[in-house]
Write a protein that binds this ligand. Sequence first.
Ligand code: GDP
Ligand code: MG
Length: 177
Amino acid sequence: PNPATSVKLVLLGEAAVGKSSLVLRFVSNDFQENKEPTIGAAFLTQKCTIGERTIKYEIWDTAGQERFASLAPMYYRNAQAAIVVYDITKPASFIKARHWVKELHEQASKDITIALVGNKYDLVEDDTEEESLRKVSVEEGKGLAEEEGLLFFETSAKTSYNVNDVFIGIGSKIPEA
Ligand code: GDP
Ligand code: MG
C-alpha cells in the first residue's frame, strides 16, 4: 500500500458553530448534543482514503473564544489545510468566518487549502419558505467561497450530512508529496 500523506489541518471559527462536533463526527462518527467547549486546542488524527491515496489528517481543533484568538497563528502557521466554520443560523458567525479567511490569506502558507463550511444544516432542512431559522443563504456562502478561492460545503455534524465530503474535498486538492 502507498504510504499515507500527512496533512496538518486547523479548524477555525466562532465559539459554538460546531468545529469540535465536525471533528467528532469525522473521527468517531459520533455526535454529542451538549458538547463541552474546547479550551485552547485539541489534537486528533484520522486517516481518509481517497481513490488510491491515504491521507492522514493531523487535526488542530481550536477554541473559538476571543481570549484564545491570539493563539490561532500557532496552529495555522504550518497548516496545509484549514476549515473555517460558521453556523448558518448565526449571521455574526459568518462575519467572523470572513475575518478568518482574510487572516489566513494574509498570514498562513500561500498554498494552504481552505474549506468554508456552513454548519447546522439539520436546523433548516425542514423549514418552510415563510419561516426559516436560516440566516446565511447558500448564495452568501458560495459567493464568499468563489471570491476567495475556497471549497464550500453546508454540513450537519448532527446528521453527518456532507461531513466526510469536506475532508475528501480537501484531500483531493492536496498535491502528492
Ligand atoms: P465549537 O465551539 O465550534 O467547537 O462547537 P461545538 O462542537 O462544541 O458545538 C457547539 C454546540 O452546537 C453543541 O451543543 C453541539 O451539540 C451543537 N452542534 C454542533 N454541530 C451541530 C449541528 O450540525 N447541528 C446542530 N443542531 N447542533 C450542532
Ligand atoms: Mg470546540
